[in-house]
Design a protein around this ligand. Structure first.
Ligand code: DHE
Length: 551
């Protein structure tokens, strides 16, 4: 049971904000509630509703739910809506078994009161949580272990708030490092020495891979809820910024912060509150989605979800920060570079578009219509036999994969257009991947409602795309016990050599999960990595491919 459509299953994930101190004012016109009821309702709201309706309930991909609207509708109407859902996309919370009748009544009353305001989080708050665990002067002067660092994988252990560092050569766990709550992504410093992870609770951890046993050297909380982190990668005539700066983006408060790349000391905080790109109306909580470091300029590329703006943040002078604001389309989410690393391809997921940012010319190159709710992760680059270099995205809302031409020099007619649409097994795709040394393109579909599809991946032969796909039953290959776990197969990730592909088989916290490694040449099972400590693995990031943006 549960929510039925993939995109809702995805967006109605949990926010840690429900646990924060907030001032709750009551509205005398709204149905009465006890303080205990407010507490419960607030928790449910942040666990299940805030992802779509927003922290302040002003609406994002879901409708606004402020008292000026909800009071007029009344408790009975709201209860029906929450219980049965709507064709426009509201889940059927009660009939799906997610909420009890009592909880539906609670939420119907709660949303007629004023939304509580979570606290702000400025420099003193950040500094209060900032810890340099090992000072730069006390860190190794050279690599102090025998690991092939380039081939280490950092695997998110979502529900334990940890990452597992796994030796990609021996497939053994090197260390399990405590991080923030429901850690989301890992990114590498430009030199490949430091690994950065960010938790949903805004905690950034910096891990030194040169230590005898790689571990945390610094940490900080940059906000109360967050998803993105990256580091400066520019080296050129304007300076060498290798390992100099880090950046993290927050969902709440809506802001990003630039930090010292050695210690995580917070240096500069910028709010993203402001006007939307299309209707030019004020938005109070535009969340920071994906962030990448430009290779062309000393800039971070910061994508702001609700305003639909991409900010090119020049980091050469933090005291007089220069930001170029590019407008593309609303609800910017995830994305990655094209193979030349000149164009950043970002999904405007609820507009069904890919915005293409030219990092060299600092402009929006194009905005391309794709399938329903594109979700590329960082996407996949490969050379199409007919159309040359393309970048690919799968979709949450339909079964297609869109291939976009990215080579204006030699394939001008196809550049920045959808050149081919592949058919996959169904919607619910999250991540797609290829590698310069591989002849294959892999796509998962962990949020497809059919377990047969969510527990396997599909592979396309790049030189034979019209042939369709081959299905790899990854969860079956994992050989896990029949414990009723969801066994969703998530995120293809290549090793450094580009000859094997890793997948997470993701089940609940109290069920068995595993990592499955496939031989890319033969498409046969190579190894299964199992360990009782591998709890809820989701994303995994190969050090070299992440450092060099190879995907
Ligand atoms: Fe993610 C990337 C936000 C749910 C696994 N996710 C991202 C990015 C954002 C984001 C903004 C891009 C970061 C960047 O590149 O700088 N994700 C969100 C959400 O808001 C959402 C919808 C709901 C939530 O409550 O978090 C959400 N994400 C999920 C999941 O349910 C996933 C599948 C499992 C999990 O661990 O929570 C998930 N997201 C990932 C992964 C990436 C990611 C593995 C990195 C992909 C990559 O290849 O870089």
């Amino acid at each position: 049971k549960g929510i039925t459509t993939p995109e809702l299953n995805y967006q109605a994930g949990s926010s840690p904000l429900g646990k924060e101190q907030m001032v709750q004012s009551t509205n005398p016109k709204a149905p009465p509630m006890t303080m205990a009821e407010f507490g419960d309702a607030r928790n449910i709201y942040f666990e299940r509703c805030a992802g779509c309706h927003g922290v302040l309930r002003k609406g994002a991909t879901g409708k606004p739910l402020t008292p000026d609207i909800t009071l007029g509708k009344g408790t009975d109407y709201l209860k029906v809506f929450i219980a049965y859902g709507s064709p426009a996309g509201m889940p059927n919370w009660q009939t799906s078994g997610e909420f009890t009748e009592k909880q539906v009544d609670l939420m119907a009353r709660y949303i007629q009161h004023e939304p509580p305001m979570p606290p702000e989080w400025g420099l003193p708050d950040m500094k209060g949580t900032w810890k340099v665990v090992v000072a730069p002067k006390d860190r190794p002067k050279r690599k102090m272990n025998n690991y092939n660092i380039d081939n280490i994988f950092s695997t998110t252990l979502r529900d334990t708030g940890e990452v597992a560092l796994i030796d990609g050569d021996s497939k053994k766990i090197i260390n399990i490092v405590k991080t923030g709550y429901a850690v989301h992504i890992s990114r590498m410093s430009a030199s490949g020495r430091y690994l950065f992870v960010i938790g949903r609770d805004g905690k950034v951890n910096m891990i030194d891979l040169w230590m005898p046993k790689p571990d945390n050297v610094a940490e900080i909380r940059i906000g109360l809820e967050a998803r993105s982190v990256d580091t400066s990668k520019y080296k050129g005539k304007e300076g060498d910024y290798t390992d100099k700066l880090a950046i993290a983006g927050a969902y709440w408060p809506p802001q990003f912060v630039i930090m010292d790349g050695d210690t995580l000391e917070p240096l500069k905080i910028v709010s993203t509150r402001g006007m939307t790109v299309d209707t030019q109306e004020y938005h109070a909580e535009p969340r920071v989605a994906s962030i990448v470091a430009s290779h062309y300029k000393p800039e971070f590329i910061v994508n702001v979800k609700e305003t639909g703006k991409t900010l090119l943040v020049d980091y050469t002078n933090l005291a007089s920060l220069k930001i170029t604001e590019l407008g593309s389309a609303r609800f910017l989410h995830d994305g990655g570079w094209d193979a030349s690393k000149r164009y950043f391809m970002v999904a405007a997921n609820n507009s069904n578009k890919i915005g293409i940012i030219d990092a060299k010319e600092s402009k929006v190159q194009s905005v391309v219509e794709v399938g329903k709710i594109p979700h590329p992760g960082r996407g996949a680059n490969f050379v199409h036999p007919k159309f040359g270099p393309v970048w690919a995205t799968g979709h949450l809302g339909d079964e297609t994969i869109s291939l976009i031409g990215t080579d204006p020099a030699k394939h001008k007619a196809q550049a920045f257009k959808v050149v081919q649409t592949l058919k996959g097994p169904g919607g619910g795709a999250l991540f797609i991947k290829s590698h310069p040394k591989s002849k294959h393109l892999y796509s998962d579909a962990p949020l497809n409602p059919d377990p047969k599809i969510s527990q396997s991946v599909v592979v396309y032969d790049i030189n034979n795309l019209d042939k369709g796909y081959t299905v790899l039953p990854i969860a079956e290959w994992a050989g896990l016990p029949n414990d009723g776990g969801a066994k969703r197969v998530v995120q293809p990730e290549y090793n450094k050599a580009g000859d094997e592909v890793w997948f997470a088989v993701w089940s609940a916290k109290d069920k068995a999960s595993a990592l499955v490694v496939v031989d890319d040449k033969t498409l046969k099972l190579k190894t299964v990595i199992k360990d009782p400590k591998l709890i809820t693995p989701t994303g995994h990031f190969n050090v070299y491919n992440t450092q060099k943006d190879v995907y």
